[in-house]
Design a protein around this ligand. Structure first.
Ligand code: ADP
Length: 747
């Protein structure tokens, strides 16, 4: 069942996806609903009205033939079909025949009941003929059987109105006879007379042998009432004569009865008695016939109730059918509503699924684009930084050389501006590169051993210029519980402190900057150092306190106050993130600022010893080493050469890789400083070829590339170490000395 349902819904889904198929579904649905409705109606069979009419006719014929049982059965069947076909006229006709049968069987109450039912349906039609007939029949029953004359006369009068409508004057004529007789029966001769008069005027046209008896009798009664005895006598005699010549014995008996009454009134008792006797004789005869008829239908009478019950059943079935039809209709309407709601839901669902699919696809595409863009951005930043760092290296180097060679220029405002600008640019490029690296998750903390006190002193010293400029004092407090040597990324720590302390110095005038390091807690080998960098400078407004950690944000500073990139705190925040730490800020405008954070460092004396041994370099050596510089940029050639020569080392310079390969064939060098980014043949390729020649001279890559970016390739090509430009000369000499000594020891 579930599978079928699933299949149906799947089909619906698939069909809805094409507009043409939506129509098809609609028709399918309608077809389905149609079947549903038909099944609700299938309980009662429907046959054509012509066939029902034939049945009604058959029942009528049987009724006229006094075949009441057959007539009742047929009319019941006709009633059943007429009800199913909702034909009010045929329903009314069927009921009328049923009522007629009961009338004939002297079941007057039942007859009245069914005549009324018939009248009920007849009133729903435009057929005046049946309405006339029903009123007339009801008039007859009430006047002649039930003796309720007023009610009967009412029916007669309505009956006349209908027969006038259909212009059936003969019916008007007969009903007038009945009304006149009814009125006379209850002694209302004056009221009855107009009807008798009408009958008298039309007797030639519409009269028959039955009315001849009655009309004469009525005229007799009327004349008697007004004591026109001769006239009355003549009328009565005419009535009796007409009766004797006709089969209407009942009417004849009435003529005798009324005549007897008249004779009594006129005191002709003997004749009156005779007429009464004749009346009794005829009545007895008729009664015997009636008895016979009743006897013949006695058995049948027993079944009458059953017939009535069955007819009632038709009625109640009809009611229950119409109720169940109503119920079916409600169910169908509900079904249609539920289907529509379901359809709307399905369509919405499909739209949602499609939208999500499309959206997911768009998201995927956007993700790819973003990844691609991020890759491009990284490549772009690294290339630009490299391209900027190379000339900056030259600018900074040459400025230093100028200052050293021409001491008289030391006071030159232009030269110091140049140096400042170059350093500023360099730091900006470095900052951008650093942020980018952190964002790309490319920064891995290093494990170096350090002395916290030394590091802070170094920072304090390097910022002394800034502290003098704003006339600030730097106070340092280091918790004596902190071990002498700790292990961690001291370079990143220094960077964090440099940024915070230099900010404190920049935004404080004639004040005090404190660097406080407390031991927060110890967990196994880890010492948690709590740093505070406090100043009593301008302070930071509360509204700005979150903003300042965003990139390139500088708040409320005047141009001339200081120069900064707006990247400092953003780098600090990210670097602290690498340590798993967070920065706290407390500041009040005009009172000062305090930044604090906690970083765990490892304390392991043995490990520290090992690290110290590894980097221990003897710089006291007085040996003169011969260095080859492979560098294509002429300015950089000059700068590096100057640095090397300043340390009393011998130095040769070649412009490219091929020059290097050439010269090492002819001369021996203690170390080669190799630029990486060179035209024709880059530093990696040149190194590879040198190594292929079996030359083991240590090679140090001197590059503006970031160290991490080229480490792998450098190692695989045979490079021994990397130094990133611009570099601290001391660092370079440490490496040169270390590498040369190591090679010689191995050798
Ligand atoms: P910048 O390179 O401009 O110093 P930072 O990211 O380091 O960029 O600092 C952002 C801003 O935060 C600064 O421009 C300054 O307005 C504010 N700021 C940082 N440190 C301090 C401080 N110690 N006192 C007052 N303001 C500070």
């Amino acid at each position: 069942m579930e599978i079928q349902l699933f299949f149906i819904f799947k089909c619906i889904f698939e069909k809805i996806s094409r507009p043409m198929s939506r129509m098809r579904i609609f028709f399918l649905l309608m077809l389905f609903l149609n079947c549903f409705v038909n099944s609700a109606n299938a309980q009662s069979e429907v046959i054509s009205d012509a066939k029902i009419n034939k049945l009604v006719q058959q029942a009528w014929d049987d009724f006229k033939d006094a075949n009441f049982e057959k007539s009742l059965i047929t009319s019941r069947v006709a009633l059943n079909y007429a009800t199913a076909s909702k034909n009010n006229y045929l329903i009314a006709k069927s009921y009328k025949i049923i009522a007629g049968n009961y009338n004939e069987l002297s079941e007057f109450d039942k007859a009245i009941f069914f005549y009324n039912k018939s009248l009920n349906y007849a009133n729903k039609t435009n057929n005046d003929s049946i309405k006339y007939s029903l009123h007339n029949n009801l008039g007859n029953i009430f006047c002649f059987e039930k003796k309720q004359f007023d009610k009967g006369i009412d029916y007669y009068k309505k009956s006349i109105a209908y027969s006038l409508k259909i212009n059936d004057m003969s019916q008007v004529y007969f009903t007038n006879v009945n009304i006149a007789w009814a009125y006379f029966d209850i002694g209302k001769f004056k009221e009855g007379y107009p009807y008798l008069k009408f009958v008298g005027n039309n007797i030639e046209k519409y009269g028959d042998e039955s009315t001849e008896i009655v009309v004469n009798m009525l005229n007799g009664m009327y004349s008697s009432y007004f004591s026109n005895n001769d006239t009355a006598n003549a009328y009565f005699l005419s009535a009796i004569a007409a009766g004797q010549n006709s089969d209407e014995k009942s009417d004849l008996s009435y003529a005798h009865l009324e005549y007897s009454k008249f004779l009594t009134k006129t005191k002709k008792f003997k004749e009156a008695y005779d007429n009464l006797t004749t009346y009794n004789q005829i009545t007895e005869e008729l009664y015997n016939q009636e008895k016979l008829k009743k006897a013949s239908i006695a058995g049948f009478n027993l079944e009458l109730d059953e017939y009535k019950r069955q007819i009632d059943k038709i009625e109640s079935e009809k009611i229950s059918q119409s109720q169940s039809l109503k119920k079916s209709r409600i169910i169908v309407i509900l079904f249609v509503l539920v289907s529509l709601i379901l359809l709307v839901l399905i369509i919405t669902l499909i739209k949602n699924i499609r939208f999500k699919k499309k959206h997911n696809l768009e998201l995927l595409q956007a993700k790819e684009v973003a990844e691609e863009a991020s890759l491009l951005k990284t490549q772009f930043i690294s290339t630009i930084s490299h391209e900027l760092r190379t000339p900056l290296y030259g600018v900074v180097g040459i400025t230093n050389m100028l200052l050293e060679e021409h001491k008289e220029l030391a006071q030159s405002q232009h030269l110091s501006s140049l140096k400042f600008s170059a350093r500023y640019l360099l730091s900006l490029v470095n900052d951008i590169l650093q942020i980018n690296k952190i964002e790309e998750n490319k920064v891995i903390l290093e494990n170096l051993t350090f002395n916290i006190s030394d590091e802070i002193t170094m920072i304090k010293n390097s910022l002394s210029f800034l502290s003098q400029k704003n006339n600030n004092k730097i106070k340092v407090y280091i918790d004596p519980c902190i071990p002498e040597y700790l292990i961690g990324d001291k370079l990143r720590l220094a960077q964090i402190l440099m940024n915070l302390v230099s900010n404190a110095l920049k935004f404080t005038k004639d004040g005090e900057v404190e660097i406080i390091v407390n031991l927060n807690k110890v967990e196994e080998k880890f010492y948690f150092l709590e740093f505070h960098i406090k100043d009593n400078g301008v302070g930071i407004a509360v509204v700005d306190q979150n903003k300042i950690f965003e990139k390139f944000v500088q708040v409320g500073r005047k141009e001339e106050d200081y120069q900064g990139t707006g990247l400092g705190l953003s780098i600090v925040k990210r670097l602290l993130g690498l340590f798993g730490s967070k920065i706290n800020l407390e500041s009040n405008i005009g009172e000062g600022t305090s930044f604090s954070f906690v970083i765990p460092f490892e304390y392991d004396p043995q490990k520290t010893k090992k690290i110290i041994n590894e980097i221990e370099v003897d710089l006291t050596s007085s040996e003169v080493y011969k260095i080859l510089i492979v560098e294509d940029n002429l300015i950089n050639q000059l700068v590096t050469k100057k640095i090397i020569e300043k340390n009393n080392y011998a130095c040769k310079v070649v412009d490219d890789g091929f020059g290097a390969l050439d010269i090492i064939e002819k001369e021996d060098f203690d170390l080669i400083l190799m630029d990486i980014n060179m035209p024709l043949m880059n530093g990696f390729e040149t190194t590879k070829r040198i190594r292929l020649k079996g030359i083991t001279t240590p090679i140090v890559a001197l590059t503006a590339f970031d160290k991490d970016e080229i480490t792998d390739e450098a190692i695989s090509s045979g490079i021994n170490d990397i130094i990133v430009k611009p570099f601290e000369p001391i660092k370079l000499f440490k490496i040169i000395s270390y590498l040369i000594k190591e090679t010689k020891n191995v050798g």
